[in-house]
Design a protein around this ligand. Structure first.
Ligand SMILES: NC(=O)c1ccc[n+]([C@@H]2O[C@H](COP(=O)([O-])OP(=O)(O)OC[C@H]3O[C@@H](n4cnc5c(N)ncnc54)[C@H](O)[C@@H]3O)[C@@H](O)[C@H]2O)c1
Length: 562
Protein backbone atom coordinates (compact mmCIF):
# COMPACT_ATOMS: atom_id res chain seq x y z
CA UNK A 1 0.00 0.00 0.00
CA UNK A 2 2.81 2.40 1.00
CA UNK A 3 4.59 1.73 -2.28
CA UNK A 4 1.41 2.31 -4.21
CA UNK A 5 0.88 5.62 -2.43
CA UNK A 6 4.44 6.78 -3.11
CA UNK A 7 4.12 5.79 -6.74
CA UNK A 8 0.87 7.66 -7.12
CA UNK A 9 2.34 10.75 -5.43
CA UNK A 10 5.29 10.73 -7.77
CA UNK A 11 3.02 10.40 -10.77
CA UNK A 12 0.75 13.20 -9.53
CA UNK A 13 -2.31 12.34 -7.53
CA UNK A 14 -5.39 11.02 -9.30
CA UNK A 15 -7.58 13.94 -10.13
CA UNK A 16 -10.86 12.19 -9.77
CA UNK A 17 -12.11 9.66 -7.35
CA UNK A 18 -14.08 6.86 -8.87
CA UNK A 19 -17.68 7.06 -7.81
CA UNK A 20 -20.99 5.50 -8.69
CA UNK A 21 -22.42 8.51 -10.42
CA UNK A 22 -25.99 7.89 -11.51
CA UNK A 23 -26.59 7.90 -15.21
CA UNK A 24 -30.33 7.98 -16.07
CA UNK A 25 -29.66 6.30 -19.41
CA UNK A 26 -28.57 3.22 -17.50
CA UNK A 27 -31.68 3.11 -15.28
CA UNK A 28 -33.32 0.21 -17.20
CA UNK A 29 -30.11 -1.79 -16.84
CA UNK A 30 -30.23 -1.20 -13.09
CA UNK A 31 -33.87 -2.34 -12.89
CA UNK A 32 -33.15 -5.44 -14.97
CA UNK A 33 -30.10 -6.36 -12.93
CA UNK A 34 -32.09 -6.07 -9.69
CA UNK A 35 -34.84 -8.33 -11.09
CA UNK A 36 -32.32 -10.89 -12.35
CA UNK A 37 -30.47 -10.71 -9.02
CA UNK A 38 -33.68 -11.29 -7.03
CA UNK A 39 -34.66 -14.20 -9.32
CA UNK A 40 -31.30 -15.81 -8.61
CA UNK A 41 -31.77 -15.26 -4.88
CA UNK A 42 -35.23 -16.85 -4.91
CA UNK A 43 -33.94 -19.94 -6.71
CA UNK A 44 -31.06 -20.09 -4.21
CA UNK A 45 -33.54 -19.79 -1.31
CA UNK A 46 -35.57 -22.71 -2.67
CA UNK A 47 -32.50 -24.93 -3.16
CA UNK A 48 -30.97 -24.12 0.23
CA UNK A 49 -34.28 -24.43 2.08
CA UNK A 50 -35.01 -27.89 0.66
CA UNK A 51 -31.49 -29.14 1.42
CA UNK A 52 -31.67 -27.75 4.97
CA UNK A 53 -35.10 -29.29 5.45
CA UNK A 54 -33.79 -32.67 4.34
CA UNK A 55 -30.76 -32.29 6.60
CA UNK A 56 -32.93 -31.84 9.69
CA UNK A 57 -35.80 -34.19 8.87
CA UNK A 58 -34.40 -37.05 6.73
CA UNK A 59 -34.81 -40.59 8.06
CA UNK A 60 -32.40 -42.34 8.26
CA UNK A 61 -30.26 -39.30 9.13
CA UNK A 62 -27.44 -40.04 6.69
CA UNK A 63 -29.76 -40.11 3.68
CA UNK A 64 -30.32 -36.34 3.75
CA UNK A 65 -28.44 -35.64 0.50
CA UNK A 66 -30.54 -38.16 -1.44
CA UNK A 67 -33.76 -36.93 0.18
CA UNK A 68 -32.80 -33.32 -0.52
CA UNK A 69 -32.05 -33.96 -4.19
CA UNK A 70 -35.25 -35.97 -4.58
CA UNK A 71 -37.33 -33.26 -3.00
CA UNK A 72 -35.72 -30.65 -5.23
CA UNK A 73 -36.28 -32.67 -8.37
CA UNK A 74 -39.92 -33.34 -7.51
CA UNK A 75 -41.07 -30.04 -6.10
CA UNK A 76 -38.22 -27.55 -6.71
CA UNK A 77 -39.40 -26.25 -10.10
CA UNK A 78 -42.97 -25.74 -8.86
CA UNK A 79 -41.85 -24.05 -5.65
CA UNK A 80 -39.30 -21.83 -7.38
CA UNK A 81 -41.64 -21.00 -10.29
CA UNK A 82 -44.52 -19.96 -8.02
CA UNK A 83 -42.30 -17.90 -5.72
CA UNK A 84 -40.57 -16.24 -8.67
CA UNK A 85 -43.87 -15.31 -10.25
CA UNK A 86 -45.53 -13.87 -7.14
CA UNK A 87 -42.54 -12.26 -5.42
CA UNK A 88 -41.17 -10.58 -8.55
CA UNK A 89 -44.68 -9.42 -9.47
CA UNK A 90 -45.27 -7.99 -5.97
CA UNK A 91 -41.89 -6.24 -5.97
CA UNK A 92 -42.49 -4.79 -9.41
CA UNK A 93 -46.01 -3.59 -8.56
CA UNK A 94 -44.81 -1.95 -5.36
CA UNK A 95 -42.16 -0.01 -7.25
CA UNK A 96 -39.26 -1.70 -5.49
CA UNK A 97 -37.20 -2.05 -8.65
CA UNK A 98 -37.93 1.33 -10.19
CA UNK A 99 -37.44 3.71 -7.27
CA UNK A 100 -34.89 1.95 -5.06
CA UNK A 101 -32.23 4.50 -5.84
CA UNK A 102 -34.03 7.39 -4.20
CA UNK A 103 -34.98 5.48 -1.03
CA UNK A 104 -33.03 5.68 2.21
CA UNK A 105 -31.69 2.24 3.17
CA UNK A 106 -34.20 1.62 5.99
CA UNK A 107 -37.06 2.55 3.69
CA UNK A 108 -35.63 0.34 0.94
CA UNK A 109 -35.48 -2.65 3.27
CA UNK A 110 -38.96 -2.00 4.63
CA UNK A 111 -40.55 -1.82 1.18
CA UNK A 112 -38.65 -4.82 -0.07
CA UNK A 113 -39.52 -6.85 3.05
CA UNK A 114 -43.19 -5.90 2.75
CA UNK A 115 -43.53 -6.63 -0.94
CA UNK A 116 -41.60 -9.91 -0.59
CA UNK A 117 -43.91 -10.89 2.27
CA UNK A 118 -46.94 -10.17 0.08
CA UNK A 119 -45.42 -12.22 -2.76
CA UNK A 120 -44.48 -15.11 -0.47
CA UNK A 121 -47.92 -15.19 1.19
CA UNK A 122 -49.66 -15.11 -2.20
CA UNK A 123 -47.43 -17.92 -3.52
CA UNK A 124 -47.98 -19.90 -0.28
CA UNK A 125 -51.77 -19.56 -0.51
CA UNK A 126 -51.79 -20.83 -4.09
CA UNK A 127 -49.52 -23.74 -3.21
CA UNK A 128 -51.52 -24.69 -0.10
CA UNK A 129 -54.77 -24.59 -2.02
CA UNK A 130 -53.35 -26.98 -4.59
CA UNK A 131 -51.52 -29.28 -2.17
CA UNK A 132 -53.61 -32.26 -3.21
CA UNK A 133 -52.72 -31.77 -6.88
CA UNK A 134 -48.98 -32.11 -6.46
CA UNK A 135 -46.57 -33.76 -4.08
CA UNK A 136 -45.54 -30.73 -2.02
CA UNK A 137 -45.30 -30.73 1.75
CA UNK A 138 -46.36 -27.79 3.91
CA UNK A 139 -42.91 -27.69 5.50
CA UNK A 140 -41.26 -27.37 2.05
CA UNK A 141 -43.44 -24.38 1.21
CA UNK A 142 -42.88 -22.77 4.61
CA UNK A 143 -39.10 -23.27 4.53
CA UNK A 144 -38.74 -21.86 0.99
CA UNK A 145 -41.01 -18.90 1.76
CA UNK A 146 -39.22 -18.06 5.00
CA UNK A 147 -35.77 -18.17 3.43
CA UNK A 148 -36.90 -16.02 0.51
CA UNK A 149 -38.22 -13.54 3.03
CA UNK A 150 -34.85 -13.36 4.77
CA UNK A 151 -32.49 -13.61 1.84
CA UNK A 152 -33.83 -10.77 -0.35
CA UNK A 153 -33.57 -7.90 2.18
CA UNK A 154 -30.33 -9.39 3.57
CA UNK A 155 -28.75 -9.29 0.11
CA UNK A 156 -29.80 -5.66 -0.36
CA UNK A 157 -28.30 -4.73 3.00
CA UNK A 158 -25.09 -6.62 2.21
CA UNK A 159 -24.71 -4.95 -1.19
CA UNK A 160 -25.19 -1.53 0.46
CA UNK A 161 -22.64 -2.29 3.18
CA UNK A 162 -20.17 -3.74 0.69
CA UNK A 163 -20.37 -0.77 -1.64
CA UNK A 164 -20.03 1.59 1.31
CA UNK A 165 -16.93 -0.24 2.40
CA UNK A 166 -15.43 -0.15 -1.09
CA UNK A 167 -16.28 3.52 -1.41
CA UNK A 168 -14.81 4.19 2.03
CA UNK A 169 -11.60 2.35 1.18
CA UNK A 170 -11.26 4.20 -2.12
CA UNK A 171 -11.90 7.48 -0.36
CA UNK A 172 -9.33 6.85 2.39
CA UNK A 173 -6.75 5.80 -0.18
CA UNK A 174 -7.37 8.83 -2.36
CA UNK A 175 -7.19 11.17 0.64
CA UNK A 176 -3.95 9.58 1.87
CA UNK A 177 -2.43 10.10 -1.57
CA UNK A 178 -3.48 13.72 -1.70
CA UNK A 179 -2.29 14.47 1.82
CA UNK A 180 1.06 12.90 1.06
CA UNK A 181 1.43 14.99 -2.09
CA UNK A 182 0.45 18.14 -0.20
CA UNK A 183 2.99 17.42 2.55
CA UNK A 184 5.66 16.81 -0.04
CA UNK A 185 4.89 20.11 -1.72
CA UNK A 186 4.94 22.01 1.57
CA UNK A 187 8.20 20.36 2.63
CA UNK A 188 9.80 21.32 -0.68
CA UNK A 189 8.66 24.93 -0.17
CA UNK A 190 6.73 24.73 -3.43
CA UNK A 191 3.39 25.84 -2.07
CA UNK A 192 2.46 29.27 -3.38
CA UNK A 193 -1.19 29.05 -2.44
CA UNK A 194 -1.44 32.18 -0.29
CA UNK A 195 0.26 34.57 -2.64
CA UNK A 196 -0.13 35.71 -6.21
CA UNK A 197 -3.01 37.29 -8.04
CA UNK A 198 -6.53 36.05 -7.82
CA UNK A 199 -9.26 36.93 -10.29
CA UNK A 200 -12.79 36.81 -8.92
CA UNK A 201 -15.31 36.60 -11.74
CA UNK A 202 -18.68 37.82 -10.46
CA UNK A 203 -16.84 39.25 -7.45
CA UNK A 204 -19.31 42.10 -6.91
CA UNK A 205 -22.22 39.80 -6.08
CA UNK A 206 -23.65 38.37 -2.87
CA UNK A 207 -20.81 35.96 -2.13
CA UNK A 208 -18.12 37.96 -3.94
CA UNK A 209 -18.62 41.06 -1.80
CA UNK A 210 -18.05 38.92 1.32
CA UNK A 211 -15.03 37.18 -0.22
CA UNK A 212 -12.95 40.19 -1.31
CA UNK A 213 -11.73 41.35 2.14
CA UNK A 214 -10.57 37.81 2.91
CA UNK A 215 -8.51 37.67 -0.27
CA UNK A 216 -6.88 41.05 0.43
CA UNK A 217 -5.42 39.46 3.56
CA UNK A 218 -3.87 36.52 1.76
CA UNK A 219 -3.09 37.53 -1.82
CA UNK A 220 -0.84 40.10 -3.49
CA UNK A 221 -3.50 41.35 -5.84
CA UNK A 222 -7.26 40.82 -6.30
CA UNK A 223 -8.93 41.45 -9.65
CA UNK A 224 -12.70 41.52 -10.05
CA UNK A 225 -14.27 40.90 -13.45
CA UNK A 226 -17.93 41.73 -13.16
CA UNK A 227 -20.57 43.27 -15.37
CA UNK A 228 -21.79 44.98 -12.17
CA UNK A 229 -25.43 44.03 -12.63
CA UNK A 230 -26.10 45.22 -9.11
CA UNK A 231 -23.86 48.26 -9.26
CA UNK A 232 -20.53 49.13 -7.72
CA UNK A 233 -22.04 49.95 -4.34
CA UNK A 234 -21.98 46.27 -3.45
CA UNK A 235 -18.21 46.52 -3.01
CA UNK A 236 -18.10 50.20 -2.06
CA UNK A 237 -15.88 49.75 1.05
CA UNK A 238 -13.07 48.28 -1.05
CA UNK A 239 -13.12 50.48 -4.15
CA UNK A 240 -9.98 52.31 -3.03
CA UNK A 241 -8.16 49.26 -1.75
CA UNK A 242 -4.61 49.24 -3.17
CA UNK A 243 -4.79 45.53 -3.96
CA UNK A 244 -8.07 45.75 -5.90
CA UNK A 245 -8.48 46.12 -9.65
CA UNK A 246 -11.98 46.16 -11.10
CA UNK A 247 -12.69 45.25 -14.68
CA UNK A 248 -16.28 46.15 -15.47
CA UNK A 249 -17.12 43.82 -18.31
CA UNK A 250 -19.26 40.91 -19.35
CA UNK A 251 -17.07 37.81 -19.30
CA UNK A 252 -18.43 36.94 -22.72
CA UNK A 253 -16.34 39.83 -24.04
CA UNK A 254 -13.31 37.72 -24.85
CA UNK A 255 -10.88 40.62 -25.21
CA UNK A 256 -11.76 41.80 -21.70
CA UNK A 257 -11.66 38.28 -20.34
CA UNK A 258 -8.21 37.59 -21.76
CA UNK A 259 -6.89 40.93 -20.46
CA UNK A 260 -8.35 40.25 -17.01
CA UNK A 261 -6.56 36.91 -16.88
CA UNK A 262 -3.11 38.36 -17.44
CA UNK A 263 -0.80 37.77 -14.50
CA UNK A 264 -3.42 35.72 -12.68
CA UNK A 265 -2.58 32.57 -10.68
CA UNK A 266 -6.03 31.64 -9.40
CA UNK A 267 -9.55 32.14 -10.71
CA UNK A 268 -12.64 32.05 -8.52
CA UNK A 269 -15.67 31.90 -10.81
CA UNK A 270 -18.81 33.19 -9.08
CA UNK A 271 -20.39 34.88 -12.08
CA UNK A 272 -23.52 33.96 -13.93
CA UNK A 273 -27.27 33.88 -13.72
CA UNK A 274 -28.07 32.63 -10.25
CA UNK A 275 -31.18 30.91 -8.95
CA UNK A 276 -34.03 28.91 -10.49
CA UNK A 277 -36.30 31.85 -11.43
CA UNK A 278 -33.53 33.95 -13.01
CA UNK A 279 -32.32 30.99 -15.04
CA UNK A 280 -35.80 29.91 -16.11
CA UNK A 281 -36.51 33.34 -17.57
CA UNK A 282 -34.45 32.87 -20.70
CA UNK A 283 -33.05 29.43 -21.44
CA UNK A 284 -30.58 30.32 -24.18
CA UNK A 285 -29.17 33.24 -22.20
CA UNK A 286 -28.76 30.97 -19.17
CA UNK A 287 -27.06 28.21 -21.12
CA UNK A 288 -24.69 30.69 -22.72
CA UNK A 289 -23.83 32.73 -19.63
CA UNK A 290 -23.67 29.83 -17.18
CA UNK A 291 -22.46 26.86 -19.17
CA UNK A 292 -20.92 27.83 -22.51
CA UNK A 293 -18.86 30.65 -21.08
CA UNK A 294 -17.80 28.78 -17.96
CA UNK A 295 -16.23 26.35 -20.38
CA UNK A 296 -14.72 29.15 -22.46
CA UNK A 297 -13.31 30.85 -19.34
CA UNK A 298 -11.77 27.60 -18.12
CA UNK A 299 -10.32 26.74 -21.54
CA UNK A 300 -8.67 30.15 -21.83
CA UNK A 301 -7.47 29.94 -18.22
CA UNK A 302 -5.91 26.54 -18.82
CA UNK A 303 -4.27 27.69 -22.04
CA UNK A 304 -2.94 30.77 -20.23
CA UNK A 305 -1.23 28.61 -17.62
CA UNK A 306 -3.49 29.59 -14.70
CA UNK A 307 -2.99 26.97 -12.02
CA UNK A 308 -6.15 26.98 -9.96
CA UNK A 309 -9.79 27.30 -10.87
CA UNK A 310 -12.45 27.38 -8.17
CA UNK A 311 -16.01 27.09 -9.40
CA UNK A 312 -19.18 27.99 -7.50
CA UNK A 313 -21.76 25.26 -8.00
CA UNK A 314 -24.78 24.51 -5.88
CA UNK A 315 -26.31 21.74 -3.78
CA UNK A 316 -29.38 22.21 -6.03
CA UNK A 317 -27.66 19.73 -8.34
CA UNK A 318 -28.94 17.02 -5.96
CA UNK A 319 -32.51 18.07 -6.72
CA UNK A 320 -35.02 15.74 -5.13
CA UNK A 321 -33.78 12.90 -2.99
CA UNK A 322 -34.58 11.41 0.40
CA UNK A 323 -31.07 10.15 1.01
CA UNK A 324 -28.32 12.05 2.82
CA UNK A 325 -26.27 13.16 -0.15
CA UNK A 326 -22.52 13.32 -0.44
CA UNK A 327 -20.31 14.43 -3.30
CA UNK A 328 -20.56 10.99 -4.92
CA UNK A 329 -24.34 10.79 -4.79
CA UNK A 330 -26.47 10.77 -7.90
CA UNK A 331 -27.64 14.09 -9.29
CA UNK A 332 -31.34 14.68 -9.92
CA UNK A 333 -31.65 18.29 -11.11
CA UNK A 334 -35.12 19.78 -11.20
CA UNK A 335 -34.28 23.15 -12.76
CA UNK A 336 -32.32 24.68 -15.62
CA UNK A 337 -30.15 26.46 -13.03
CA UNK A 338 -29.06 23.13 -11.54
CA UNK A 339 -28.60 21.62 -15.00
CA UNK A 340 -26.42 24.53 -16.08
CA UNK A 341 -24.26 23.91 -13.00
CA UNK A 342 -24.01 20.17 -13.65
CA UNK A 343 -23.06 20.85 -17.26
CA UNK A 344 -20.40 23.31 -16.08
CA UNK A 345 -19.05 20.81 -13.55
CA UNK A 346 -18.75 18.20 -16.29
CA UNK A 347 -17.03 20.62 -18.66
CA UNK A 348 -14.56 21.56 -15.93
CA UNK A 349 -13.92 17.94 -14.99
CA UNK A 350 -12.92 17.30 -18.59
CA UNK A 351 -10.42 20.14 -18.48
CA UNK A 352 -8.75 19.06 -15.25
CA UNK A 353 -5.10 18.17 -15.52
CA UNK A 354 -2.13 18.08 -13.16
CA UNK A 355 -1.32 21.62 -14.31
CA UNK A 356 -4.89 22.91 -14.09
CA UNK A 357 -6.37 22.29 -10.66
CA UNK A 358 -10.13 22.63 -10.66
CA UNK A 359 -12.13 22.63 -7.44
CA UNK A 360 -15.91 22.60 -7.42
CA UNK A 361 -17.77 23.98 -4.42
CA UNK A 362 -21.42 23.04 -4.07
CA UNK A 363 -22.89 25.67 -1.77
CA UNK A 364 -26.02 25.19 0.27
CA UNK A 365 -28.67 27.92 0.15
CA UNK A 366 -27.06 31.08 1.41
CA UNK A 367 -28.38 33.53 3.98
CA UNK A 368 -27.09 36.53 5.90
CA UNK A 369 -25.90 40.02 5.14
CA UNK A 370 -23.17 41.02 2.69
CA UNK A 371 -22.37 43.94 0.39
CA UNK A 372 -25.09 42.66 -1.95
CA UNK A 373 -27.66 41.01 0.22
CA UNK A 374 -30.28 39.05 -1.70
CA UNK A 375 -33.87 38.85 -0.55
CA UNK A 376 -34.85 36.20 -3.09
CA UNK A 377 -33.38 33.49 -0.86
CA UNK A 378 -35.62 31.80 1.65
CA UNK A 379 -34.02 32.69 5.00
CA UNK A 380 -33.50 36.37 4.20
CA UNK A 381 -36.89 36.60 2.48
CA UNK A 382 -38.83 35.09 5.40
CA UNK A 383 -36.95 37.34 7.83
CA UNK A 384 -37.78 40.46 5.80
CA UNK A 385 -41.40 39.38 5.39
CA UNK A 386 -41.72 38.78 9.12
CA UNK A 387 -40.19 42.16 9.94
CA UNK A 388 -41.91 44.34 7.33
CA UNK A 389 -45.17 42.50 6.61
CA UNK A 390 -45.78 40.67 9.89
CA UNK A 391 -46.30 37.34 8.09
CA UNK A 392 -44.08 34.35 7.47
CA UNK A 393 -45.55 32.42 4.57
CA UNK A 394 -43.90 29.06 4.04
CA UNK A 395 -44.51 27.00 0.90
CA UNK A 396 -43.46 23.36 0.91
CA UNK A 397 -42.56 23.41 4.61
CA UNK A 398 -41.43 19.78 4.69
CA UNK A 399 -38.71 20.24 2.04
CA UNK A 400 -35.16 19.91 3.28
CA UNK A 401 -32.35 22.29 2.32
CA UNK A 402 -28.81 22.78 3.53
CA UNK A 403 -28.15 26.37 4.60
CA UNK A 404 -24.89 28.26 4.91
CA UNK A 405 -24.11 31.85 5.87
CA UNK A 406 -22.62 34.08 3.16
CA UNK A 407 -19.55 34.72 5.36
CA UNK A 408 -19.05 30.97 5.74
CA UNK A 409 -19.40 30.51 1.97
CA UNK A 410 -16.62 33.10 1.55
CA UNK A 411 -14.57 31.34 4.23
CA UNK A 412 -14.85 28.03 2.34
CA UNK A 413 -13.59 29.66 -0.87
CA UNK A 414 -10.73 31.23 1.09
CA UNK A 415 -9.84 27.81 2.49
CA UNK A 416 -9.79 26.26 -0.96
CA UNK A 417 -7.68 28.95 -2.62
CA UNK A 418 -5.24 28.80 0.28
CA UNK A 419 -5.02 25.00 0.47
CA UNK A 420 -2.10 23.17 -1.13
CA UNK A 421 -3.06 22.28 -4.69
CA UNK A 422 -2.85 18.47 -4.31
CA UNK A 423 -5.42 18.55 -1.54
CA UNK A 424 -8.09 20.30 -3.58
CA UNK A 425 -7.21 19.60 -7.22
CA UNK A 426 -10.00 17.76 -8.97
CA UNK A 427 -12.17 17.76 -5.87
CA UNK A 428 -15.80 18.59 -5.31
CA UNK A 429 -16.86 19.78 -1.86
CA UNK A 430 -20.31 20.40 -0.47
CA UNK A 431 -20.18 23.63 1.53
CA UNK A 432 -22.25 23.84 4.71
CA UNK A 433 -22.82 21.77 7.83
CA UNK A 434 -25.18 18.98 8.81
CA UNK A 435 -26.51 21.10 11.72
CA UNK A 436 -27.88 23.51 9.14
CA UNK A 437 -29.79 20.95 7.11
CA UNK A 438 -33.29 22.18 7.88
CA UNK A 439 -36.78 22.06 6.46
CA UNK A 440 -38.34 25.25 5.17
CA UNK A 441 -40.87 24.84 7.98
CA UNK A 442 -38.01 24.78 10.53
CA UNK A 443 -36.69 28.03 9.07
CA UNK A 444 -40.14 29.64 9.18
CA UNK A 445 -40.65 28.62 12.81
CA UNK A 446 -37.19 29.87 13.75
CA UNK A 447 -37.89 33.25 12.14
CA UNK A 448 -41.20 33.28 13.99
CA UNK A 449 -39.42 32.67 17.30
CA UNK A 450 -37.13 35.63 16.62
CA UNK A 451 -39.99 37.82 15.33
CA UNK A 452 -42.83 36.65 17.58
CA UNK A 453 -45.15 39.45 16.45
CA UNK A 454 -45.33 37.90 12.95
CA UNK A 455 -47.91 35.28 11.97
CA UNK A 456 -46.69 31.93 10.66
CA UNK A 457 -48.63 30.64 7.67
CA UNK A 458 -48.09 27.20 6.23
CA UNK A 459 -49.24 27.41 2.62
CA UNK A 460 -48.97 23.72 1.90
CA UNK A 461 -47.06 22.31 -1.00
CA UNK A 462 -45.08 24.24 -3.53
CA UNK A 463 -44.14 23.79 -7.19
CA UNK A 464 -40.49 23.65 -6.16
CA UNK A 465 -39.54 19.97 -6.09
CA UNK A 466 -36.11 20.45 -4.51
CA UNK A 467 -35.67 18.39 -1.37
CA UNK A 468 -32.25 17.38 -0.19
CA UNK A 469 -30.21 16.79 2.94
CA UNK A 470 -26.49 16.95 2.46
CA UNK A 471 -23.39 15.50 4.09
CA UNK A 472 -20.51 17.91 4.73
CA UNK A 473 -18.14 15.27 6.03
CA UNK A 474 -15.64 15.77 3.24
CA UNK A 475 -15.00 19.50 3.59
CA UNK A 476 -14.89 19.14 7.39
CA UNK A 477 -12.50 16.20 7.28
CA UNK A 478 -10.23 17.44 4.52
CA UNK A 479 -10.16 21.21 4.88
CA UNK A 480 -11.20 21.52 8.51
CA UNK A 481 -14.12 23.69 7.43
CA UNK A 482 -16.70 24.47 10.08
CA UNK A 483 -19.17 27.33 9.76
CA UNK A 484 -18.89 30.22 12.20
CA UNK A 485 -22.54 31.13 11.81
CA UNK A 486 -25.79 29.48 12.79
CA UNK A 487 -29.17 30.06 11.19
CA UNK A 488 -30.32 31.87 14.32
CA UNK A 489 -27.31 34.21 14.35
CA UNK A 490 -27.75 34.88 10.62
CA UNK A 491 -31.44 35.74 10.99
CA UNK A 492 -30.58 38.08 13.88
CA UNK A 493 -27.89 39.69 11.74
CA UNK A 494 -30.42 40.38 8.97
CA UNK A 495 -32.96 41.64 11.51
CA UNK A 496 -30.39 44.03 12.99
CA UNK A 497 -29.63 45.37 9.50
CA UNK A 498 -33.33 45.87 8.82
CA UNK A 499 -33.83 47.59 12.16
CA UNK A 500 -30.85 49.86 11.39
CA UNK A 501 -32.63 50.92 8.18
CA UNK A 502 -30.03 49.42 5.85
CA UNK A 503 -32.85 48.02 3.71
CA UNK A 504 -36.08 49.93 3.36
CA UNK A 505 -37.81 47.93 0.62
CA UNK A 506 -36.81 44.29 0.41
CA UNK A 507 -38.95 43.99 -2.73
CA UNK A 508 -36.70 46.38 -4.64
CA UNK A 509 -35.57 44.53 -7.80
CA UNK A 510 -31.90 44.95 -6.87
CA UNK A 511 -32.38 42.41 -4.07
CA UNK A 512 -33.81 39.80 -6.43
CA UNK A 513 -31.89 38.21 -9.27
CA UNK A 514 -34.86 37.50 -11.52
CA UNK A 515 -36.40 40.95 -10.98
CA UNK A 516 -33.05 42.63 -11.70
CA UNK A 517 -32.65 40.62 -14.88
CA UNK A 518 -36.09 41.61 -16.11
CA UNK A 519 -35.33 45.27 -15.41
CA UNK A 520 -31.89 45.19 -16.99
CA UNK A 521 -31.45 47.92 -19.57
CA UNK A 522 -28.14 46.61 -20.91
CA UNK A 523 -29.36 45.06 -24.13
CA UNK A 524 -25.94 43.73 -24.96
CA UNK A 525 -26.04 41.51 -21.90
CA UNK A 526 -29.46 40.15 -22.82
CA UNK A 527 -28.56 39.10 -26.34
CA UNK A 528 -26.68 35.88 -26.95
CA UNK A 529 -24.01 34.85 -29.41
CA UNK A 530 -26.74 32.99 -31.33
CA UNK A 531 -28.66 36.25 -31.68
CA UNK A 532 -25.55 37.97 -32.97
CA UNK A 533 -24.93 35.19 -35.46
CA UNK A 534 -28.53 35.36 -36.63
CA UNK A 535 -28.19 39.09 -37.14
CA UNK A 536 -25.08 38.56 -39.22
CA UNK A 537 -26.63 35.84 -41.36
CA UNK A 538 -29.90 37.64 -42.00
CA UNK A 539 -28.71 41.26 -41.98
CA UNK A 540 -30.57 43.19 -44.68
CA UNK A 541 -32.47 40.09 -45.70
CA UNK A 542 -35.83 40.57 -44.02
CA UNK A 543 -37.56 37.94 -46.16
CA UNK A 544 -35.47 35.13 -44.72
CA UNK A 545 -35.36 36.37 -41.18
CA UNK A 546 -35.71 33.59 -38.61
CA UNK A 547 -39.10 33.40 -36.91
CA UNK A 548 -39.49 35.60 -33.85
CA UNK A 549 -38.38 34.03 -30.61
CA UNK A 550 -40.97 32.40 -28.41
CA UNK A 551 -39.86 34.12 -25.25
CA UNK A 552 -41.20 37.50 -26.14
CA UNK A 553 -40.11 39.10 -22.93
CA UNK A 554 -36.63 39.19 -24.42
CA UNK A 555 -35.15 42.38 -25.70
CA UNK A 556 -34.36 42.12 -29.42
CA UNK A 557 -30.83 41.24 -30.34
CA UNK A 558 -28.33 43.92 -31.16
CA UNK A 559 -25.71 43.92 -33.84
CA UNK A 560 -23.09 45.73 -31.82
CA UNK A 561 -20.29 43.35 -31.07
CA UNK A 562 -19.11 42.32 -27.65
N1 LIG B 1 -26.48 32.54 -3.18
C1 LIG B 1 -26.72 31.26 -3.05
O1 LIG B 1 -27.59 30.80 -2.29
C2 LIG B 1 -25.88 30.28 -3.83
C3 LIG B 1 -26.04 28.95 -3.53
C4 LIG B 1 -25.31 28.02 -4.24
C5 LIG B 1 -24.43 28.44 -5.20
N2 LIG B 1 -24.28 29.76 -5.49
C6 LIG B 1 -23.36 30.13 -6.57
O2 LIG B 1 -22.42 31.07 -6.12
C7 LIG B 1 -22.12 32.00 -7.16
C8 LIG B 1 -22.33 33.41 -6.66
O3 LIG B 1 -23.68 33.53 -6.22
P1 LIG B 1 -24.24 34.91 -5.66
O4 LIG B 1 -25.38 34.59 -4.78
O5 LIG B 1 -23.12 35.72 -5.15
O6 LIG B 1 -24.81 35.53 -7.02
P2 LIG B 1 -25.01 37.05 -7.43
O7 LIG B 1 -26.08 37.05 -8.47
O8 LIG B 1 -25.19 37.92 -6.24
O9 LIG B 1 -23.62 37.42 -8.11
C9 LIG B 1 -23.29 37.08 -9.42
C10 LIG B 1 -22.37 38.16 -9.94
O10 LIG B 1 -21.98 37.78 -11.26
C11 LIG B 1 -22.04 38.92 -12.09
N3 LIG B 1 -22.27 38.46 -13.46
C12 LIG B 1 -23.33 37.77 -13.94
N4 LIG B 1 -23.17 37.53 -15.24
C13 LIG B 1 -21.99 38.06 -15.61
C14 LIG B 1 -21.27 38.13 -16.83
N5 LIG B 1 -21.76 37.59 -17.95
N6 LIG B 1 -20.09 38.76 -16.83
C15 LIG B 1 -19.58 39.31 -15.72
N7 LIG B 1 -20.22 39.28 -14.52
C16 LIG B 1 -21.40 38.66 -14.47
C17 LIG B 1 -23.15 39.77 -11.53
O11 LIG B 1 -22.99 41.12 -11.89
C18 LIG B 1 -23.00 39.51 -10.04
O12 LIG B 1 -22.19 40.49 -9.45
C19 LIG B 1 -23.02 31.63 -8.34
O13 LIG B 1 -22.30 30.87 -9.25
C20 LIG B 1 -24.10 30.80 -7.71
O14 LIG B 1 -24.62 29.85 -8.62
C21 LIG B 1 -24.98 30.70 -4.81
Amino acid sequence: MRAAITKAVNNDPPLRRRGDRYDPRLAPVGVLSRIVGDAGLIVTAVVVSQILLAFFTAVPRNSWIVVGIESLTNSGPLLAGTLLLFVLAANTLMGVYGHQRTFALAEKLLWLGLSTLIGVVAAGVILFLTLGVHALSISSVLAAGLLTLIILPAARWWSWAYRLDIKGAEYRYDLAVRRRAAEKLLAAGGDDSTTGTVLVIGGAGYIGSALLPRLFDTHDKVKVLDVLMYGKETIAPYLDHPKLEIIKADYRQLDQLVTAMQGVDTIVHLGGLVGDPACAWNESLTVEVNLTYTRVIAEIAKASGIKRFVFASTCSVYGASDEILDEESGLHPVSLYARSKIGSERALQRLMSPEFAVTILRFGTIYGFSGRTRFDLVVNLLTAKAYFDGVITVFGGSQWRPFVHVEDAAKAIEKVVNAPVPLVAGQTFNVGSEEQNATLGDVGRLVNRLVPTATYLDSGIDGDRRNYRVSFYKIREELGFKPDWTLEAGINQVLDALKAGKVTDYRDPRYSNVASLKELTDRTFLSTAADDARELIYAGDEEYRMPARLDDERVPATTDGR
